[in-house]
Write a protein that binds this ligand. Sequence first.
Ligand code: PTR
Ligand code: PTR
Length: 300
Amino acid sequence: VEELLDHVNTVQKRGIYEEYEDIRRETPPGTFNCSLQPYNQQKNRYGDVLCLDQTRVKLKSLNHDERTDYINASFMDGYKQKNAFIGTQGKGYYLQPIVNLCGKDFILLHRKLLITQPYFDFGRKKCGQYWPLEQHTQGNYGLISVRNMSVEIFKHYNKTTLEIRNGETYEGRKVIHFQYLSWPDYGVPSSAAALIDFRSAVRRQQELCVRAVSGGWRGHPGGPPILVHCSAGIGRTGTLCTLDICLSQLQDVGTLNVYQTVRRMRGQRAFSIQTPDQYYFCYTAIIEHAQRQHLLPTNH
Ligand code: PTR
Ligand code: PTR
């Protein structure tokens, strides 16, 4: 019986791998012109991880041209929420994402959206340290200073409140930063339950932020975009955003569709979900979650 179960699981796994291969064969529905410009190459952490022109996040630049408004970041829709996330690469060019997303240019562009922005980061490897780890210390990164106001340490993640200030204009932003600690690149998280708890913590934080602003977040009832990054901003970032969308849908209507979610996501942040195992993980994590919530029997 065990062998049979193993076999069934292998067949299902293979089916899901094939489903992922179908997705991977699709041509991205857009262009990468801006990412490919020679003057923008240095801003891509990885030469083969480009971002679609149609959904890229544009910095507000003084001369409005794509030499200065480009960063490797994309708007991504969430469940029933437009631009619920910004998916981006880890620190690299000019300390992305802190400087680019919280620096002067981004503050100008998104000042209405980016006051308390939960955002999270997984795995420090392959991403330079861009905020001070110790409470009440400050790091200076060029014009930008980042102060660690407080840290809470949990088993699988850290939650840090940062104050980011532009040294020229003295504009500041409070950022709630969630860092997931056990997820190697190309890999899958060591525990689905831990990652789902992490997602719940971020969602709770986002709700607090939204509730703190009466009447919704200026036309954004779901709150400002949550910035999600890893190293390239596609593998782990795509996996987490897929889980978030599918779990929200499951909670809302009792069904979900991993395949369509990932296809749509790859139309906004190209190459989202990097390996067949990450794709398969989305399924197993959702099933595990549904079982924990008693939405599914445990003995199937
Ligand atoms: N060199 C290490 C690795 O590739 O695993 C990690 C690393 C890479 C650390 C780059 C810092 C780095 O700096 P930056 O994020 O500023 O490019
Ligand atoms: N193709 C590059 C490489 O394999 O080195 C880029 C790449 C790096 C792609 C990391 C995905 C990566 O994973 P993540 O998006 O989870 O950081």
